[in-house]
Design a protein around this ligand. Structure first.
Ligand code: ADP
Ligand code: ZN
Ligand code: ZN
Length: 718
């Protein structure tokens, strides 16, 4: 049987097609499988094919393998394609190339990657249902009012909303963006410098040129304001969102709108980087430093990095925006003359719009605060900070108190016998939540009612140790009886609509003091907040993860950016940092809002330590029934590929396996092995070759208690 040629007439004899089907990474199946088709099928066609005893969804990838092994399979051994989704336009070549790159780079099977990024509903509909879906979609578009699709009206010729006059820095950035797009742009603008306005103007250009825009945000649920702003600006355009908060049906519809070219603008989280868009003309990655762009399980891809790849692939500009870029992007955008890679073009917008100035940073030295009485914990806020907040309350201004730990207290403790509320399934404490009087493990979810007495000795007097947001809220309400204290964290906002409601009440001025986790530090445009306080920011200074400082700096700067956004009250806005390490260089840089200086400090350290961006990392992770089982696999994996690593010109270093920082979660032991290379390419080649060896070794380790293993390329957490 001949392979199908794309120019084959539809009524020609049956031929072979290569179809990518979902297959777990470790099945060893990496490429497409051959099937028979009665007619030629264009690459990118979505089909259903038999696999074992099931019928699964797949994507036609090529015209059948032409290697000897596949050719040796006689046609009688090949199964025919079961169904063709004729109603769905084939997925374009650039999309397939993106998936192929992602699968190779992140060491996953093509099938897993491909089926992961397609809307799950796609796998459930048959061809007739398809036809109906697409027809309904066409009708909705024709009416100009697809339900659930943000669209400001049908008359795109109407005068748009009044646009603000650009600041000189915005104008300059936009002038550069109008130039050649042979390099990714890094829009490095202070919080409140008007980055969003720049994205919108650039998007307008693309839309005017008849192109589609992909605008990515780290967490769409936290940015309803951006959605509203985009919808308002582009009234009359079809705007769709793609994120995990959608129902499967909504997700499919929005994805189809994009894929068929009906949607002009896609606003989405990391998964949206894979949205097929036939008229793509611009990619924006807002808050590009945000860790949410990296998927933390399964195929551990970085949507930010894939956006850069995709932009080059499709020849469209990509804008990465941040006030505190990731050190990788920063290094890429640093001119070679300044010791950087010079691969990106940096556009700086250091000033806030209008008369907005960044709040004054006050580093509050806790070593000088009066010591608490023996047996008492220190007050949540030092006296000066409390006073500053009281003043805000009196003036009718708002304060934001940041504490990155939810719950009432991180642990309960018996002072008689020393019992602590550990999780029986994890190497972690269970957090005390007072609202429902539970002990909850934040790692495995194990939840129990708080015991009345110490489970070990019967002591009735078990007490919370330390402080989470719930307790801080309670304490502040006590100390500041005149203030209305509110809270925003993952517990408060579990229920749909709760976050929006809570944010609305902050915007409406119904809250004087807002306690929150990092969730409130990002992106929100609070107009009346004039004081932001980080009450316990020191932990990150000494964390084992080399990115902890970078993340903390970004968080504090973002948090500071929530204050003083309204010029009328900006003059006296403040960012407070309560610390036992007031002279730490991180705080010194924060004081001056000197990201460049902070980045220079960090880059120097990274260069000396041989860490990203000066080196590439991969993490081989293993989970086992016992720590020994997990580590045994890693040790063997390293031994078996040591020669391979050395043959790469000693460019690859394999480190000894170690337990992960939280080594047991849900009764599973975890360990990891770091792989480092000065050359990204050498690392890629090594991983590619090592996979097969590890796969083989893993099979042998099944019986000795290895549960799972995976490679994490460019890991974000160490
Ligand atoms: P960023 O994204 O950099 O934090 P935004 O784009 O959200 O900043 O801008 C901050 C505020 O300034 C917003 O309320 C926005 O509407 C306003 N703004 C942006 N650009 C201008 C401008 N050129 N003139 C007046 N106001 C502007
Ligand atoms: Zn006890
Ligand atoms: Zn647990």
């Amino acid at each position: 049987m001949p392979p199908c040629h794309s120019d084959q007439a539809p009524d020609a004899a049956p031929c072979r097609v290569g179809v990518v089907v979902e297959a777990p990474q470790h099945s060893g199946l990496l490429g497409p499988l051959d099937y028979l088709s009665p007619q030629a099928l264009p690459a990118g066609t979505v089909v259903r094919v038999p696999l074992g005893r099931r019928v699964v969804t797949g994507v036609v990838w090529d015209q059948g393998a032409d290697d000897a092994a596949s050719q040796a399979l006689s046609d009688a051994q090949l199964k025919p394609v079961a169904e063709v989704l004729t109603g769905l336009p084939p997925l374009p070549a650039s999309w397939r190339q993106l998936l192929l790159f992602a699968a190779n780079y992140y060491q996953r099977s093509l099938g897993e990657m491909t089926l992961m990024v397609l809307p799950p509903e796609l796998r459930q509909l048959d061809d007739t249902q398809w036809g109906r879906r697409l027809k309904r979609l066409d009708k909705a578009v024709a009416q100009g009012a697809a339900s659930g699709v943000a669209s400001g009206g049908t008359d795109s010729g109407a005068a748009g909303p009044e646009l603000p006059e650009l600041t000189p820095q915005q104008a300059q950035a936009l002038a550069a963006l109008a130039g050649p797009a042979d390099k990714p742009f890094l829009l490095w603008g202070s919080t409140g410098s008007g980055k969003t306005e720049v994205y919108l103007r650039q998007a307008q250009r693309a839309l005017d040129a008849g192109r589609q825009v992909l605008m990515m945000v780290p967490e769409i649920n936290l940015t309803p304001q951006l959605e509203a702003r985009v919808a308002e600006r582009f009234a009359g355009r079809h705007i769709v969102s793609l994120h995990s908060g959608l129902t499967p049906a909504q997700r499919l519809r929005n994805w189809l709108m994009a894929h068929t070219g009906h949607a002009d603008l896609v606003l989405g989280t990391r998964l949206s980087v894979f949205t097929p868009m036939p008229r793509l003309g611009l990619i924006v990655v807002d808050e590009e430093h945000d860790p949410s762009y990296k998927q933390q399980d399964g195929a551990r891809y970085s949507a930010r990095d894939l956006a850069v790849y995709r932009a080059r692939l499709e020849g469209v500009p990509v804008v990465l925006g941040s006030a505190t870029p990731s050190l990788e992007s920063w290094y890429n955008a640093l001119p070679t003359a300044e010791g950087g890679a010079g691969r990106y073009l940096r556009l700086a917008m250091p000033s806030r719009v209008g008369d907005g100035i960044m709040p004054t940073v006050r580093v509050l030295d806790l070593t000088r605060a009066p010591k608490p009485l023996p047996g008492r914990s220190p007050p949540p806020l030092a006296a000066e900070l409390l006073q500053a907040i009281e003043q805000r309350v009196e003036r009718g201004e708002q304060s934001l108190v940041l504490l990155n730990r939810r719950g009432y207290a991180p642990v309960l403790h018996c002072s008689d016998c020393g019992w602590k509320s550990g999780c029986p399934h994890c190497s972690a404490w269970r957090v005390f939540h007072k609202v429902d009087r539970t002990l909850r493990c934040h790692h495995c979810g194990f939840t129990e009612r708080v015991p009345r007495a110490c489970p070990d000795c019967g002591n009735q007097d078990i007490a919370p140790m330390g402080r989470g947001t719930e307790r801080l809220e309670e304490q502040l309400a006590e100390i500041l009886p005149q203030a209305r204290v509110g809270r925003i964290d993952a517990d408060v906002t579990k229920h749909k609509g709760a976050l929006e409601a809570q944010l609305a009440s902050v915007h409406a001025g119904e809250v004087d003091v807002l306690v929150g986790t990092q969730m409130v530090a990002k992106g929100h445009d609070f107009r009346r907040i004039t004081l932001v306080a980080a009450v316990n920011p020191d932990a990150a200074l000494f964390a084992s993860d080399f990115r902890a400082a970078e993340r903390q700096f970004a968080l504090l700067l973002q948090a500071a950016g929530r204050a003083g956004r309204d010029a009328q009250v900006a003059g006296h806005s403040e960012m407070w940092v309560q610390t036992y390490h007031p002279t730490h260089p991180l705080y010194a840089a924060l004081r001056r809002y000197d990201y460049a200086d902070f980045a220079a400090q960090q880059l120097k350290e990274r260069e000396m330590a041989g860490l990203p961006p000066y080196a590439s990392l991969a993490m081989l992770r293993a989970e086992g029934k016992t720590q020994e089982a997990a580590q045994h696999f890693l040790t063997r994996a390293a031994e078996l590929t040591q020669a391979l690593a050395e043959s790469s010109g000693a460019l690859i270093t394999l480190y000894p396996p170690v337990p992960t920082p939280i080594q047991r979660v849900a009764n599973v032991e975890r360990a990891q092995l770091m792989i480092e290379s000065a050359s990204r390419l050498a690392l890629q080649r090594f991983l590619q070759a090592a996979q097969a060896i590890w796969l083989d070794e893993a099979q042998k380790n099944r019986r000795s208690g290895l549960i799972r293993w995976a490679v994490d390329v460019d890991p974000l957490s160490i």
